[in-house]
Design a protein around this ligand. Structure first.
Ligand code: GDP
Ligand code: IMO
Ligand code: MG
Length: 447
């Protein structure tokens, strides 16, 4: 079982961090392969909560080598702040390895992310404003600056000078903004960041392959999720990388034949932050960016939407933004199974459904009068999709302290079995609370 991928199957924040931390116990390496500090992965260990943006979620274990792969975009200032936070809290990040081929997020990228969103006005994507899109755009345009350039000041300065000329012209002429001083950026990146990161910079492709050749277990931790994928998500309401399992191949330099286990993480319901289509969305009584207006929704819908946001604490780890809630969508999940070749599912936040009279699962969409069971490829059809629900009995017994699959209330077990039957993949892990120990392994005896 050398290589496992942990991938989000919805629109992010499914609980990838929690399950990565859990599975990391049996791993040697945990590798991030895409995204940047737009991610916010929460781990709760012994009542202490850690919100990680760049460091892989295996970092809390002493035996793990945490790796940031070439496909990640890195703001070195944020990475250093995260390492300092970990040190302060008694975690040693010295084993962290950072790919020299990863691209650097520069202040220009962050500024442009903010300005582009502002210019889009009501058509904005609701990005995290971390500079993710502009950094990947420069990477694709072959003008990006890489982590390894931090080790060569002359090359760094020469590349920055070229980039600064173009970016400052855009800032001035398109956005009517003052230029950013490349000398100040070079001073901060080369004099403060470079010495601090230098011991961590490595050839991570070789590192990963040597581990695989030794038969060690490697876990690839996805950030964002399948429907935020640049190619397969709800474009343009997506991020600028490839979170799908295939992203591991390019973002960490591993061929597909190594990957033999793909765990899809899904919430027992769905949330989305930012704008974009969301067929099973429920209205809520407060405002969320891009959220469904409450005016025409009935009180029962709003009560349920509020339940998911408030009981599920659906506020962004990174930005604090309120997340938009909705029922579990099996149509999306079927597509996620295909796109990632999922071998199993980890369902999180089952406890948030506790106490509901009934629970709904979207099994198909009505699209302009036609019933479809697979995700329509035409984006307008997704915007027009009306969910077709199956309603199942809820459960009244809280699941938070359940430690074995056979102790789940029969209605909760029936809900999980229904999801399996809908998507054709076994649910092997179930989250029943935020804590590391709050999970159930299905099909396994009590712990
Ligand atoms: P990620 O981005 O996929 O790692 O997910 P986030 O950390 O952004 O959001 C998931 C949230 O749900 C975090 O606050 C977790 O602590 C929490 N969480 C994860 N699994 C469970 C669970 O099974 N039950 C509950 N109640 N909370 C959970
Ligand atoms: P984790 O790893 C949820 C969303 C943003 C926005 C879109 C583009 O914690 O699941 P970007 O800043 O990436 O250009 O924003 O993607 N987004 C996320 N939503 N969880 C995330 O990460 C996200 N990372 C980006 O809200 O809609
Ligand atoms: Mg998150």
């Amino acid at each position: 079982m050398p290589a496992t991928v942990m991938v989000g199957t919805q629109w992010g924040d499914e609980g990838k961090g929690k399950f990565t931390d859990l599975v990391a116990k049996e791993m040697h390496l945990v590798v991030r392969y895409q995204g940047g500090h737009n991610a916010g992965h929460t781990l709760v260990v012994d009542g202490q909560s850690f919100a990680l943006q760049l460091c892989p979620s295996g970092i809390l274990y002493d035996h793990i080598t945490p790796v940031i792969g070439n496909g990640v975009v890195v703001d070195p200032r944020v990475l250093i702040a995260e390492m300092d936070m970990l040190i302060e809290r008694g975690v040693d990040p010295s084993r962290l390895r950072l790919s020299g081929n990863a691209h650097l997020i520069l202040p220009y990228h962050q500024e442009l992310d903010r300005l582009i969103e502002r210019r889009l006005g009501s058509r904005k994507l609701g990005t995290t404003k971390r500079g993710i899109g502009p950094t990947y755009a420069d990477k694709a345009s072959r003008v990006g600056i890489r982590v390894q350039d931090l080790l060569d000041p002359d090359i760094f300065r020469a590349k920055l000078e070229l980039l600064a000329r173009e970016k400052n012209a855009v800032l001035a002429k398109v956005f009517n903004q003052l230029p950013l001083d490349p000398h100040e950026i070079a001073a901060e990146y080369l004099e403060i960041c470079a010495p601090r990161l230098a011991p961590h910079i490595a050839d991570t492709v070789t590192l990963v392959h040597e581990a695989l050749e030794r038969g060690e277990n490697v876990l690839f931790e996805g950030a964002q999720a399948t429907f935020l994928d640049l190619d397969h998500g709800t474009y343009p309401f997506v991020t600028s990388s490839n979170p799908v399992a295939g992203g591991v191949c390019t973002g960490a330099g591993v061929g597909p034949r190594y990957i033999d286990r793909v765990i899809g993480v899904a919430k027992a319901y769905v949330t989305r932050v930012g704008t974009g289509p969301f067929p099973t969305e429920l209205a809520i009584s407060t405002e969320a960016i891009g959220g469904k207006p409450a005016e025409h929704a009935d009180q029962e819908e709003i009560r349920l939407g509020d339940h998911f946001v408030e009981v599920g604490r659906e506020y962004g780890t990174v930005t604090g933004r309120r997340r938009r809630p909705g029922w579990f969508d099996a149509v999306m999940l079927r597509q996620a199974v295909r796109l990632n070749s999922l071998s199993e599912l980890a369902i999180t936040k089952l406890d948030i459904l506790d106490g509901l009279d009934t629970v709904k699962v979207c099994v198909a969409y009505d699209v302009n009068g036609e019933r479809v069971t697979h995700l329509p490829y035409h984006q307008s059809d997704l915007h027009a999709a009306v969910p077709v629900y199956e309603e199942l009995p809820g459960w009244k017994t809280p699941v938070a302290s359940v430690t074995a699959g056979d102790q789940l209330p029969p209605e909760a077990e029936a809900y999980l079995a229904f999801l399996e039957s809908q998507v054709g993949v076994p649910v092997t892990l179930v989250g029943v609370g935020p804590g590391r120990e709050q999970f159930v392994q299905r099909g396994a005896a009590s712990r």
